[in-house]
Design a protein around this ligand. Structure first.
Ligand code: SF4
Length: 339
């Protein structure tokens, strides 16, 4: 079977403001083969837990590790195709995640979010927080079941340096406060890298102030596309990442912090992740190898594309049930696992 590797430009579509998000977490090349060997899933496993749709490539930030903002041409499905896609997603999945670029830059986002909610989907939004305020926040907040924010340092100097955006630390604090007040469950992602390795405990202390923070997701920095130009400034080894993340998990547990700490590795993404890029390509992470494209919407219907998706609902549910265990249960689980 012939496989065409994705160019750096094409892989830009995989990006969003949380380079630490699943779509960004892996620096491998993405094959655009229409994978005819992907096994059809048994009927009881066909429904997807969550579909992540990066709704546009545009972003109002310019993090040095991300090359999305340098990309000369912007992509986004039209509003009509967006509506059609959401209707199809509502027949296939429990959750939709709106990512980007920054999804709040799409003028039709409030309408799309409301449509998703009205169709019975649980709605997750991942944003850099710049536009999360005022009328836009008030319009969108009632339809959100979860919000994803990125916090990469425990004070402005560190976070703003990682994000190459002076003032973003304060904007993320304001967004955390706003969502906490509105009681919107929050997932905070931290890109663990050379620049913030010594500041991670401080981030956990900040998160402990917010009752609505459900989960702290630790992601290892992986250079992607032209972000690789800055790899030496950010990269850490996998062993350092795992050691520090595990230490943080234990520390948060001993401090009785109520949020869960998740460490998302490559293995956990396999057969558990479905991504739609701004130009409508559907990607999945099969049990072996790199992400694969199963086809493109709207050229094909989402249901036809998802039948081919290597996705294991049971594995995904198991992964989620582990991260939502209480800290005592997790400690017991870890103890049992190490015996
Ligand atoms: S916030 Fe930064 S990492 Fe995220 S899409 Fe924008 S430039 Fe890229």
């Amino acid at each position: 079977m012939k496989t065409k590797s994705f160019s750096k430009q094409s892989s830009a579509f995989m990006s969003s403001h949380t380079t630490c998000a699943p779509a960004h977490s892996h620096t491998r090349r993405f094959s655009s083969t229409f994978d005819k060997t992907a096994p059809s899933l048994p009927t009881h496993n066909r429904r997807i837990k969550k579909i992540h749709w990066n709704v546009l490539t545009a972003c109002n930030m310019s993090c040095s590790f991300c090359y999305l903002w340098r990309y000369p041409k912007q992509f986004a499905l039209s509003t009509n195709h967006g509506r059609q896609l959401i209707k199809e997603i509502s027949r296939q999945a429990d959750w939709i995640t709106f990512g980007g670029g920054d999804p709040l830059m799409r003028p039709d986002l409030p309408e799309l979010v409301a449509l998703a909610k009205n169709l019975g989907l649980k709605v997750d939004l991942q944003t850099n927080g710049l536009l999360l305020k005022g009328h836009l926040f008030e319009t969108i907040a009632p339809n959100l079941d979860r919000i994803g924010l990125s916090l990469d340092g425990d004070e402005a100097t560190c976070h703003d340096m990682v994000r190459s955006y002076p003032g973003n630390f304060d904007q993320v604090q304001a967004a955390l406060h706003l969502c906490d007040q509105a009681k919107i469950p929050i997932v905070v992602r931290t890109m663990v890298c050379k620049l913030n390795l010594s500041r991670l405990s401080g981030i956990s202390t900040i998160l402990a102030r917010y009752k609505s923070v459900l989960k702290w997701s630790l992601r290892q920095f992986v250079p992607l596309g032209r972000g690789a130009d800055h790899a030496s400034e950010y990269s850490i080894s996998k062993s350092v990442f795992v050691k520090e993340s595990t230490r943080l998990q234990n520390e948060c547990s001993s401090n009785f912090f109520t949020f869960n700490v998740s460490i998302v590795s490559k293995d956990e993404m396999q057969q558990c992740y479905c991504l739609i890029t701004p130009d409508g390509r559907i990607y999945a992470h099969p049990s072996q190898g790199d992400y694969q494209c199963t086809g493109k919407f709207p050229e094909m219907s989402l249901s036809d594309l998802l039948v081919k998706l290597p996705y294991d609902r049971k594995k995904r549910d198991l992964r989620d049930s582990f991260t939502s265990l209480s800290k005592t249960s997790r400690a017991n689980y870890a103890r049992t696992a190490s015996e």
